[in-house]
Design a protein around this ligand. Structure first.
Ligand code: GLU
Length: 562
């Protein structure tokens, strides 16, 4: 009997030590044993005596031996519960992915990619990396009204920036002949009919769950009408090919939706066509023909998934695994491509990388890395709960990526020039990176006059510490500040609660404009920043910034985050 109890206690002590990587805790073990083995509850005294014994035993074992022993005496306790298996930053496993996956990212080329796109792009990519396989970039350009010719290039640039493991690229505009062939097949299977009804009339009938007269066409009639569609017999808006879906379906969106239309008023930048397939048809046909195994897309596509199933069913194809993630509200930036277009045309935004926009190129301009975007998106994951995007999390991820390479510099916004009386001329050696002398220093020569952020000079502040230089006392005469040398001691500055402030020698300063979403700040930065074009540095006490441009007139920087 004692042996039974001992063995159970030992098993839970081992499990506890394996999970937490340190010596097992008595309370947790007793709790687990009593919970799982009510038969031992009456032997509480014995339990507390024996638990000490097993803790000692287990504590003496190496981590490998603990694991081996647990495997030997209670393998069932090795199984990690589902909740723990998906830690933060780890995506849940995909069903049917053991033999590799075929994923796709399917943007419309209507503008550059933004944060919303990055979620689909990065999640698909993360699974590709996990399971191996193919990752198709599918350019969904079958609606000429939503194609911006420049976007073909921009999408590719954004994908290169995201560093996606794309293995092949497919343009839907290259596949119109294929879509026409499958349209004919679908008609032959009785799955689609050509409808020439007036649109409003059709909608009325559909609302009433009634078939329109065209639904009764024979296959031959439909094939003839389809030929006429292709021949140009019908004008734009006069005709469509519809899926014969379910008129009784409670969701009107599932009832006989269109899959082809005639469009002559808008030209396509890549092809000449008058009959255009619609998205649900091209997506279904391509997901099948390209062998896509898993589709990860937003909840806003759930109705489309329903529509696409009709097409899969008519052809007898197996549907991929669908995962629909929840909506993600993103505050503080513009995400609507049409709003961006209008703003750029009107000159409200400087371009697609204006930092008030949520485009990836705007993030890149600020020094946000693709790696941080990836980590943030993987942390958000595929859950179907609606969430609001956390900029703070993105910034924390980005800081982890950039901090170590970011040299430190002084930037003095809104500067005031002030002499300091009684101070010896000296050279401050300020660390390029804190507590890492190997990185070296910047030398700032003090020669009597400095510039400081004017906002730091306030009547209630009587002492300042000029960072890496010395302390100054401040007195006011008729509202005019006078600065005087007040010793070098950092300890004294701390004791006096003196603000530590960035500064620059008046003789060695470079004009610098810092762009921020809330507005620009102008001032001066250190000359060393001129060597940092294209990199991220930290402006001390301000935050991380990307040095965007360096010209003879000065430096332009973009604010990333604190
Ligand atoms: N082109 C569609 C979109 O960007 C995606 C289609 C899909 O994921 O099925 O919304």
């Amino acid at each position: 009997m004692t042996e039974d109890l001992l063995q159970v206690l030992r098993a839970y002590a081992l499990q506890n030590a394996v999970r937490h990587g340190d010596a097992p805790k008595a309370g947790a073990i007793v709790g687990a044993v009593m919970g799982k083995h009510p038969e031992f509850r009456s032997r509480a005294k014995e339990v507390s005596a024996l638990v000490r014994q097993v803790i000692e035993e287990v504590a003496a074992l190496s981590p490998e031996d603990r694991l081996r022993m647990l495997e030997a005496i209670a393998p069932e306790l090795l199984v990690v519960p589902e909740k723990q298996a998906t830690r933060k930053g780890e995506l849940p496993p995909l069903k049917n992915a053991e033999r590799g996956v075929v994923m796709r990212f399917a943007p419309n080329p209507s503008g550059p990619l933004h944060l919303g796109h990055a979620r689909a792009a990065m999640l698909n990519d993360a699974y590709l990396k996990r399971y191996g396989g193919r990752y198709i970039l599918r350019i969904e350009d079958t609606d000429p009204k939503r194609v911006d010719p420049d976007a073909y290039r921009m999408v590719q640039e954004d994908i290169a920036w995201m560093n996606l493991g794309i293995t092949e690229i497919v343009y839907q505009s290259d596949r119109f002949d294929l879509y026409y062939q499958y349209a004919v097949k679908l008609i032959e299977l009785g799955g689609a009919y050509v409808c020439t009804c007036d649109n409003d009339r059709f909608r009325e009938l559909r609302r009433a769950k009634k078939p329109c007269p065209c639904r009764g066409h024979t296959v031959e009639e439909n094939l003839n009408l389809w030929e006429q569609m292709l021949d140009g017999t019908f004008a734009e808006g006069e005709v469509s090919l519809r899926v014969r879906a379910d008129l009784e379906h409670p969701d009107p969106a599932m009832r006989d939706y269109p899959i082809f239309r005639v469009l002559t008023s808008t030209l396509h930048p890549r092809i000449e066509a008058t009959v255009y397939p619609l998205m649900n048809f091209t997506v279904a046909v391509d997901d099948h023909l390209l062998g896509v195994t898993h589709v990860i897309r937003g909840k806003d596509h759930i109705a489309n998934t329903g529509r696409q199933r009709y097409i899969f069913d008519y052809f007898g194809w197996t549907v991929p695994e669908y995962i629909h993630y929840g909506r993600m509200g993103i505050e503080g930036v513009v995400l609507s491509t049409s709003e961006m277009h209008v703003g750029i045309d009107a000159g409200t935004y400087s371009g697609w990388d204006d930092i008030r926009l949520g485009t990836l190129r705007a993030l890149a301009r600020r020094g946000i890395t693709a790696e941080a975007v990836r980590n943030a998106m993987v942390a958000i994951g595929t859950g179907d709960t609606d969430i609001s995007f956390s900029w703070e999390n993105l910034y924390a991820e980005n800081k982890a990526v950039i901090d170590h390479d970011a040299d430190r510099y002084f930037f003095v916004p809104g500067p005031v020039t002030l002499p300091i009386s009684g101070a010896p001329a000296t050279v401050a050696e300020a660390a390029l990176y804190p507590n890492d002398s190997a990185r070296g220093t910047r030398s700032l020569a003090f020669n009597g006059t400095v510039i400081l952020p004017a906002a730091e000079i306030r009547p209630e502040v009587t002492m300042l510490r000029l960072k890496d230089l010395f302390n100054v006392s401040i007195s006011f005469e008729d509202g005019v500040p006078h600065l005087a040398y007040a010793g070098d001691s950092l300890a004294e500055a701390r004791a006096a609660k003196a603000p530590i402030v960035q500064w620059l020698p008046n003789e060695a300063k470079v004009p610098c404009l810092l762009h921020q979403q809330q507005g620009d700040q102008s001032g001066f930065c250190e000359p060393g920043v001129r060597q940092k074009q294209g990199t991220v540095v930290q402006f001390e006490r301000i935050g991380f910034v990307r040095i965007d441009a360096v010209t003879s007139a000065g430096v332009t920087a973009y604010f990333a985050h604190r």
